[in-house]
Design a protein around this ligand. Structure first.
Ligand code: IVH
Length: 684
């Protein structure tokens, strides 16, 4: 994780303290905080570093050295302080922590116990004669809040132990992923706002009284002690203690894949940490680290505890899986079945090592329930390989400049009406929406270029059942066309003529018209040139496709899968003689597109076109310009970079021109360029 920015002045230090105190207070009050866990940790470390350098300036309210950042208090004294844990952030830091402990002990630790650091709230549960009598929050570590009222909603914390013991259990209460979903379903059904994330849900639920609905939580024990003046649990080594608790009917992490494990050496402990970290995504609850404890009670006793944390245990923190970031926009995507799904566009944020830019927003009703607005600071979750989710806005962070999310009024793909009767909105055309969109796309200027086949006609053709896919266009008859509304003789003739012309479109355009994911105009040109025929493209496996410039292994696999999907359509097209022209493939003789490109006046040039074209180039679309560049041996690109060697700047050229000037790239007008590529221009 990023190291915290150093605090260089008393003011910056005071600011950092104030921010951390606010965040800790919010976190422990209801689990919501304007800072993600990683940011909070980094901030506290920066504060600590400053205080080490300037011990005289340390502010009394500083969160360092305090349990829960000094945020909360309760009124029921704990039988023994409920401590926090020190953190380490890497294997090296863990090693030096362990070395420090062993120096203090004057011997190697007998063994380590490695267990998940459960991401919930610490509670103490007091039992008398085996009956649960009281449950407390951690509070400030010395006194906590009585939350006994919530005990019967906590699974894993039995009302009665198997033996009539006087004991105080300590552990973590959390919402498992499933409980979190259930909690939010029941809350929204009751008109309450959903919890932002499982921990705030657990915090809110434990403290709430008199709710008209029930939310279940789960307890995991990690420690036990005898109540003052009463015989407690005898001094068991840690792993044995956990096993004893399980025997008493108490839930521990032993019931999970991330079960606590006794490790003979630190290397073994490190291995178990890695295993638990790798399991994180598949665990049914959140963990924010792995706890390493000296297992032997003798080692623990000898090491003792500081005011904030024991010296015999440490948390190896993992990167937070939730972060706070800004909601920039909402996109509405139409799936294959016509479902219109909202997707959040986020200010990129790194969560658990992965940059997240998009997150799912479930459905429109969900957006409304959460009261999200564009510009909001939002909690984003990424649990392993699950698609990141936006959970909730931080409403108190609003500045007033947030804007409402605009819901689509018509299907964003085909423009027809939306069926909003279900939670998930759907285009009234259902799967047919895709057919209309595919036909419109295939008929587009850069694909088959069928004039007169716009949105309205495509809708008519699909709706009347005349056309189900683009291949059907080529069997349309004049009689059929004349059955369409507002279709006269002339229009029908024109449309048929346009379709006829489209029959002979080159391979790259036909391929582009298929709308295969990841293959726009440029990529379609490269693929067509590389393979030379549709048959060769269809026969290509992922490895062969990855031989095309710009196609990586991932994209190659997608293309292969999509090609398999459209196989029936390709058969139909081939039967009509569409896309069957064969050219000399550039593969495998030429390995890269640079070699593959034709020899010409632009050989070796990387060309970008910007602004409006004029003169002989006035009518050329951007795609046609790119085709022209490639015919002339150059490489077309859409953005100016250090690799760009030539910029064709037309009227109203803006930032690309400025950037090219800055980089000293050669700039020509469309007219100058037309002269350069005069030979190729004739061919177009
Ligand atoms: S041991 C004296 N073990 O993490 C022992 N704590 O950041 C102190 N936590 O206050 C705690 N899982 O609320 C321990 N397996 C585990 C834990 C765990 C989660 C929590 C606990 C603690 C906090 C420190």
């Amino acid at each position: 994780m990023a190291s915290p920015a150093a605090l260089t002045s008393p003011e910056a230090y005071a600011d950092a303290v104030a921010t951390a105190v606010r965040a800790a207070a919010a976190y422990y009050a209801d689990g919501d905080t304007p800072l993600g866990d990683d940011e909070y940790d980094a901030l506290v470390r920066a504060v600590e570093a400053y205080e080490r350098e300037h011990p005289d300036e340390a502010l009394p309210e500083s969160p360092t050295g305090k349990v829960a950042g000094g945020a909360v208090v309760g009124d029921v004294p704990h039988s023994a302080p409920m401590l926090s844990l020190d953190n380490v952030f890497s294997a090296e830091e863990l090693e030096s922590w362990a070395a420090g402990l062993e120096r203090r002990l004057g011997r190697p630790a007998a063994a380590w116990c490695v267990e998940p650091k459960l991401d919930g709230l610490a509670v103490a549960a007091r039992y008398r004669a085996g009956r649960l009598t009281q449950m407390l929050t951690r509070g400030d570590g010395l006194a906590g809040e009585d939350i006994t009222h919530a005990a019967d909603a906590v699974l894993g914390l039995p009302a009665q132990l198997v033996e009539p013991l006087d004991v105080e259990l300590r552990g973590e209460v959390l919402l498992t992923h499933e409980q979190f979903e259930q909690a939010n379903a029941v809350r929204t059904a009751h008109g309450a706002t959903p919890f932002a994330h499982p921990r705030s849900g657990a915090a809110g639920t434990l403290r709430a009284k008199d709710r008209p609905y029930r939310v279940e939580l789960t307890f995991f024990a990690y420690d036990a002690l005898g109540l003052p003046g009463l015989p407690g649990v005898p001094g068991l080594d840690h792993a044995d203690l956990l096993a004893r608790l399980a025997d008493l009917g108490v839930n521990t992490a032993a019931t999970t894949d991330a079960a606590p494990r006794r490790c003979a050496t630190l290397a073994e402990a490190q291995q178990r940490i890695d295993e638990i970290a790798a399991l994180r995504a598949s665990l049914p609850f959140g963990i924010d680290g792995v706890v390493v404890k000296a297992d032997a009670v003798a080692d623990q006793d000898e090491a003792g505890s500081g005011s904030r944390a024991p010296r015999w245990a440490v948390a190896r923190k993992l990167q937070a899986q939730h972060k706070v970031t800004r909601l920039l926009a909402v996109e509405w995507n139409v799936g294959r079945t016509g479902i219109i799904a909202p997707r959040a566009v986020l200010e990129p944020v790194v969560i658990d090592g992965v940059t997240v830019t998009y997150a799912t927003l479930h459905n429109p009703a969900d957006i409304e329930r959460r009261g999200l607005m564009i510009g909001d600071q939002v909690f984003v979750y990424r649990a392993g390989d699950v698609i990141p989710r936006v959970e909730a806005p931080l409403a108190d962070q609003r500045t007033g400049s947030e804007e409402p999310i605009v819901f689509p009024e018509v299907c964003p793909r085909c423009g027809d009406a939306i069926d909003t009767s279900e939670q998930r909105w759907r285009c009234v055309r259902g799967r047919g929406c895709q057919a209309v969109a595919s036909v419109i796309y295939a008929a587009g200027r850069d694909q088959l270029d069928i004039e007169g086949l716009g949105g309205t006609r495509a809708v008519q053709l699909v709706e009347t059942g005349l056309v189900a896919d683009i291949a059907d266009l080529f069997t349309l008859t004049k009689e059929q066309l004349l059955t369409l509304d507002r279709m006269g003789e002339t229009s029908a003739d024109n449309l048929l003529a346009a379709i006829e012309t489209a029959r002979s479109r080159p391979l790259n355009r036909v391929f582009c018209g298929l709308g295969i994911r990841g293959t726009g105009r440029t990529m379609s040109r490269r693929i067509a040139a590389h393979f030379g025929s549709m048959a060769a493209i269809r026969a290509a496996n992922a490895e062969a496709l990855a031989g095309v410039d710009g196609i990586g292994a991932e994209k190659a696999a997608v293309i292969v899968a999509e090609l398999a999907d459209v196989a029936p359509l390709l058969d139909k097209l081939a039967a009509h003689g569409i896309g069957t022209a064969v050219t000399e493939p550039t593969a495998p003789a030429a390995a890269s597109s640079a070699e593959a490109a034709a020899e010409g006046p632009l050989t070796g040039e990387s060309v970008v076109v910007t602004g409006a074209m004029t003169g002989a180039l006035a009518d050329l679309s951007r795609n046609a310009m790119n085709e022209l560049i490639e015919r002339a041996g150059g490489k077309a690109s859409s953005s100016v970079s250090k690799r760009t060697t030539l910029l064709v700047a037309g009227e109203k050229a803006g930032s690309k021109r400025a950037k090219a000037e800055e980089l000293g790239i050669r700039i020509v007008t469309p007219e100058e360029f037309a002269v350069l590529v005069a030979d190729q221009l004739d061919l177009s």
